[in-house]
Design a protein around this ligand. Structure first.
Ligand code: 13P
Ligand code: SF4
Length: 305
């Protein structure tokens, strides 16, 4: 079967089986083309609560599928590739954070959405990269414990200096691996290009950027900018999508290392198997976990608008 034939079969089966396909922007373009909805973590979370179909396939990583299940527990939620986890989400667990919380009494615990459902049960509010500044600003407490990403946390702390933000040493191994040296080399190779980076990059990299924002933020900035050349400092799939959408602009990767192998685990054939009801993994969560984890996701949507 050709790629087009596989895509046509997915489109036919998803209608027949009342399936909605959600895909994070880090998925490859062939998957983005068959998805009903694509975007960054925040857009996907908001969509998760509204999907009308009885089955949802989440093409992304485990915490994203868990978020869909938490917001739509009556639906059958399938993670497209059972082994696609987010290493950052696995860096901190509930027990560890309960111990840390004892050292910070009275603090509001703000969890990046890249955390497990179990950990969310002991946090106060979730954020995503696109909503973090707005939400931290809106929290009615000066003292914030921000977990797990210290780079996103440092970015937020810079934007909201009036808050007292405590950070732990977690982060995305992919974005955090980008070196200042790579920024300097890329700028030298493409002196007219604007540098757009994700806030999961280290502060020394973000400080050199013309724009810092979520995956959707980066894409919108590049599409709407009068600039014609961009160095992209986030997962390299974004370059591929942007090149399709803006054929007259030029996009360069900031680093060859910006490939999230977990996000890339899902193939178009996996999606086909999922719509056939054969592949992926159904997310199963008990009611108590769902209701406890839901509180901080609901709070995110309430404060994030
Ligand atoms: P956003 O979708 O919020 O930009 O986050 C990127 C990411 O790393 C998802 O895992
Ligand atoms: Fe997790 Fe980083 Fe991959 Fe996003 S890019 S899923 S934060 S490892």
């Amino acid at each position: 079967m050709t790629v087009r034939e596989v895509q046509d079969e997915i489109i036919r089966l998803k209608k027949e089986n009342d399936v909605c396909i959600l895909a994070h922007s880090y998925q490859t373009h062939d998957i983005i083309e068959v998805a009903d909805f694509t975007g960054d973590s925040y857009a996907l979370s908001k969509m998760a609560a509204k999907v009308p179909n009885k089955t949802v396939i989440m093409c992304g990583v485990r915490f994203m599928a868990e978020t869909v299940k938490i917001l739509s527990p009556e639906k059958k939620v399938i993670l497209s590739s059972p082994t696609a986890g987010c290493p950052m989400a696995e860096q901190m667990d509930k027990e560890m954070i309960c111990q840390v919380k004892e050292k910070f009494p009275g603090y509001t615990v703000v969890a990046y959405i890249n955390t497990t459902a179990e950990l969310k049960t002991v946090c106060d509010v979730c954020v995503t990269s696109s909503s973090a500044v707005k939400i931290v600003n809106a929290i009615d407490n000066k003292n914030i414990l921000f977990i797990p990403d210290c780079n996103l946390g440092a970015f937020v702390a810079k934007q909201v200096p009036e808050k007292n933000i405590e950070l732990l040493r977690g982060g995305c191994p992919i974005h955090a691996s980008v070196k200042v040296r790579e920024v300097e080399q890329a700028k030298k190779r493409h002196p007219d290009a604007l540098l757009l980076v994700h806030p999961e990059c280290i502060p020394a990299v973000s400080e050199k950027a013309d724009y810092v924002g979520s995956t959707s933020g980066i894409m919108e900035f590049a599409k709407n900018s009068d600039g014609t050349e961009f160095i992209i400092g986030t997962e390299n799939s974004i370059l591929q999508h942007l090149q399709y959408e803006c054929p007259n602009k030029k996009f360069y990767q900031l680093s060859q290392g910006l490939i999230c192998k977990n996000m890339k685990e899902t193939t178009l054939v996996d999606v086909l198997n999922c719509v056939k009801g054969e592949g992926g993994e159904e997310i199963v969560m008990d009611e108590k976990m769902i209701s406890e984890a839901k509180k901080c996701i609901d709070k995110m949507i309430e404060l994030g608008g």
